[in-house]
Ligand binder design. Structure first.
Ligand code: ADP
Ligand code: MG
Length: 251
């Protein structure tokens, strides 16, 4: 039987008295591969954080089907992650095992071998002993992706995973996402590239403060909710954006 992996009911999240997302509802069925699209400031990251349990809605509800409890992995938007931790790459990737090994659990040789394989999967073979702080933005993001592979979660929440990648790296990671999709995992991915959305993401969720539309990607294009001609910024947010706000969401 297929579960509703994630159910959103009238989810509202606000920062400093201003709504970032408003009355967002929708169901993400188990095994679906969904793109979340929308202009800058549309609340895409906020929605993903609400699904990951990192921010709490002040109204409405996010429900993760109990059979996926403890099997939700979240890849934050690269810009929000601190990269100056003094830590070798292999160790950083192995934090993906915390779910099974526990924060102080030991990482054995088999786990290290898996971590090295995950690094190879993202095109970083031989990077095991490099320091995180020495990596380029794109390399660091690939390390985070390798960590995600080890988490082996049934639900994956990815916030602009390709933002700092070239075409070849994006293609490699798309293949990993498609493999996860074949394995029946539920994947929700924020991204801007409409060509990628159209080609690889069967479902779309268009957000601009509120949900503008959701369903089959093909239909979203038919209805012009997604369109190569439309500047995403033209979508109304439905929320007045007068107050200046400060970002402090470092992870
Ligand atoms: P997107 O990912 O679609 O660009 P975000 O979810 O990051 O949008 O942000 C939605 C709105 O909420 C924006 O107006 C943003 O400035 C605001 N916002 C996001 N995070 C915070 C925060 N930690 N504190 C205050 N305002 C925030
Ligand atoms: Mg964002």
């Amino acid at each position: 039987m297929t579960h509703n992996a994630i159910t959103l009911e009238d989810v509202c999240v606000r920062y400093a008295q201003r709504d970032a997302i408003h009355d967002v509802s929708g169901i993400f069925a188990e095994g679906t591969l969904t793109a979340i699209a929308g202009p800058n400031g549309a609340g895409k990251s906020t929605l993903l954080k609400a699904m990951a349990g990192i921010v709490k809605p002040y109204r409405g509800r996010v429900t993760i089907d109990p059979c996926f409890t403890n099997s939700v992995a979240y890849l934050p938007q690269a810009a929000s992650v601190r990269r100056d931790m003094p830590m070798p790459v292999l160790q950083a990737v192995c934090t993906g095992f915390w779910g099974v090994a526990g924060e102080r659990g030991c990482i054995d040789a088999a786990m290290k071998a898996k971590a090295a394989m995950a690094l190879a999967d993202v095109g970083l073979e031989g990077y095991e002993n490099r320091q995180l702080g020495e990596l380029s933005g794109g390399e660091f993001q690939r390390v985070m992706f390798a960590r995600l592979i080890l988490q082996d979660a049934r639900i994956l929440l990815l916030d602009e995973p390709f933002a700092s990648f070239d075409g070849a790296t994006t293609a490699k990671l798309i293949q990993i996402i498609l493999r996860w999709h074949k394995e029946g995992r539920t994947i929700i991915c924020v991204l801007h590239d409409l060509l990628l959305i159209r080609k690889y993401f069967p479902e779309s969720f268009v957000l601009a403060g509120k949900c503008m539309g959701r369903g089959h990607t093909h239909d979203m294009f038919e209805q012009k909710l997604l369109s190569y001609d439309l500047d995403m910024a033209e979508l109304h947010t439905g929320i007045d954006n007068h107050r200046q706000l400060h970002h402090h969401d470092h992870l």
